[in-house]
Design a protein around this ligand. Sequence first.
Ligand SMILES: Cc1cc2nc3c(=O)[nH]c(=O)nc-3n(C[C@H](O)[C@H](O)[C@H](O)COP(=O)(O)OP(=O)(O)OC[C@H]3O[C@@H](n4cnc5c(N)ncnc54)[C@H](O)[C@@H]3O)c2cc1C
Length: 372
Amino acid sequence: MPSAVIVGAGVFGGSIALRLVSSGWDVTIVEQYPPGHVRAASGGESRLIRFSHGAADWYTRSAWRALELWKELERESGAELFVPSGVAWFMRSSEGWSAEAERVLKEQSIPVERLEPEEGARLFPSFDGQGLDSILFEPEAGVLRARDATRVLSEQAIERGARFVSGTAAPEGDTVLVNGERLEADRVVWAGGAWLARLFPGLVPLRVTKQDVYFFGAPAGWQAPSVPGWVDFEGGVYGLGELDGRGFKASPDSVGPEFDPDSEDRVASKEKEQQARDYLALRFPALAGAPLVGTRSCPYSLTPDTNFLIAPHPEHEHVWLMGGGSGHGFKHGPALAEYVERLLAGKEPPDPAFALGDRPPGGGLRAPWIEQ
Ligand SMILES: Cc1cc2nc3c(=O)[nH]c(=O)nc-3n(C[C@H](O)[C@H](O)[C@H](O)COP(=O)(O)OP(=O)(O)OC[C@H]3O[C@@H](n4cnc5c(N)ncnc54)[C@H](O)[C@@H]3O)c2cc1C
């Protein structure tokens, strides 16, 4: 039986652990905090799952496959993880990214509708389409209960036989040191999220930033799933309907300040709060002046081009580094795990798009790159 040690039980590590143990691997998970903890990127309450990725058809296919696997996990665990709200893209142009996204969705037979800006009024209780060319609506997309899903991934992996070790791991050659124990396995996967760069200094080109999320009190009628998730692509703002009583989410998606995920306070920026408020007033007039009912701060692990990082260690071929979710990784978790299993088993060569080392700066897999 092949063996693996997975360090990090965020959505990436948890998905890989569950996948491998389900395929008969002997799996050990090492995690420094409880799975689903709030310091991790995967510890937010909600994450959008959408299929549009411009021309990047690999990501579209991955997200669509992931939805199938999330639904499978719901059936197996009994947990309600996916909220079928749809996702509406507010587009200032129907060319470029938007046209490519629509083309790829159609090629992959994924439902998509191009709506006039005025038709936003049938998706949201109050809507102003000013400045928009159109709305690209993905009816099969929606929202994942991220924190719950992350916990369920590890729970399911443990139920199927994975060993869970609570502690902070350090790499030593191709082994893992934790709590004074040395763990060895056929494959080691470091899925350390925002902590990955400091575990492998000089090797992992990740920028860790603080991203703030805002929740506003909304009246009845603004709940998911009847209200869709939404993204203003060019404007770099996104959100979703009220879910589980937490308020209507609206967050600027510009890149925040550098951030230490262990030691820094998580106090949301007033400036970005104002940006979120201004956007509500512009696009959802009935929510102008809505009270702020909550905030969250959470790390992005950004690669220079927003492609993920999935690569073997240059000196230890059985050690893999995985991360760089770049603000859009959550949805892909279980589909990425299928892909990573093939890599670990040597059935597929590593993809240069996910390699270590320099990459041309870019963006576009989440939103155009906007500095704060
Ligand atoms: C505000 C915000 C909004 C986002 N919105 C979306 C969205 O709408 N849709 C979407 O798909 N994605 C979204 N993302 C991105 C997504 O959340 C991340 O890409 C994803 O959660 C990354 O998962 P991960 O497993 O790589 O990292 P993490 O979730 O950070 O997990 C890493 C884990 O490794 C553990 N760890 C690290 N080092 C060690 C060590 N030495 N020993 C033991 N354990 C260790 C950590 O404790 C942590 O639990 C968003 C992210 C943020 C911050």
